[in-house]
Design a protein around this ligand. Sequence first.
Ligand code: UT7
Length: 333
Amino acid sequence: MTGPKDARMSARISGIGYYIPEKILTNFDLEKMVDTTDEWIMTRSGISERRIAAPHEASSDLALAASRAALEDSGVDPKDLDLIIVATVTPDMSLPSTACIIQDKLGSAKAAAFDISAACSGFIYGLATAQSMIAAGHTKKALVVGVEVLSRIIDWEDRTTCVLFGDGAGAVVLEPCPHGEGIIGTYMQSDGSLGDLLYRPGGGSRAPLTVETLMERQQYVKMKGDGLFKYAVRAMVDAAERTLEEAGVAKEDIDYLVPHQANIRIIEGVRKRLNLQKEQVVVNIDRIGNTSSASIPIALGELKENGTLKKGDLVIMVAFGGGLTWGSILFRN
Ligand code: UT7
């Protein structure tokens, strides 16, 4: 699905912020917890360490810190927000939404607030939704957050998943701009027939948490990593190419690629297929791990923070994840 074609308005990112928890869990720490090695994790995924939320921190706490940083960066008063979208698969609780929790804490009384569940593509889906609502004239100032506390739904006895994921949050503020500026291309796609490649069976209406489901460890994420790997590069490249085509932009015009950080080998595959240089790709998977919906806004925040992102730069963000879901957004800074 592409964005509105004839809209007179679009949306620009006017602020970026992120928050990562203090506690660092290294590969060497993991060597003491499961049957793994730093060498295996580094060569297979590119991850060296990841951040883990403190026991008192829930998704809304991380989201709030990232949101405050993004709002400060944009100069937008939280009271003026009219839309808050939080992308997460680890909400504080299933009801109310994490978006409503941070709406209250931010004092954004006139905002509509809701969560989006699209796994690692959640931030892209949230941003595309907010952009469409601004382009349609329904919304003026929007906050879009990607946040995960994956450490709470990971099986710390399963070496095939526990070495990959981390916690964190990233947020952007969106404001209206003329069509052709700001976000100039969006693309989203899903394939529910492949849902069993990455899922969490327990804790919903299908398998509520009971002593039995807990004993069967159904509360934890199950992943077929090699199955996902097969689709990841192809889907991410396809999404990027469709987004570029919609915007009438050539690959050569891209300044930066901000990819979802699932695996350095996937990122490298996408980079090569898009003919980009290593310096054009934002990579933080070595320090942050896979933070699902938070990975793109955290990487974007770091790109802005390190001072290399210039006014007018063309940035393409590309995600892929459970669902399956994938998508891309192209914007001019
Ligand atoms: O965020 C979006 C969704 N996620 C993804 O897109 C992830 C995509 N998949 C991947 O990134 C990779 O498939 C992984 C990093 C998860 C795994 O890499 P792989 O090269 O596909 O390894 P594998 O799953 O094929 O496992 C190879 C071997 C297996 O042993 P056998 O069966 O060959 O004897 C695993 O049991 O490595 C073993 N293994 C480990 N060994 C040491 C699996 N996990 C570990 C571990 N430490 N942590």
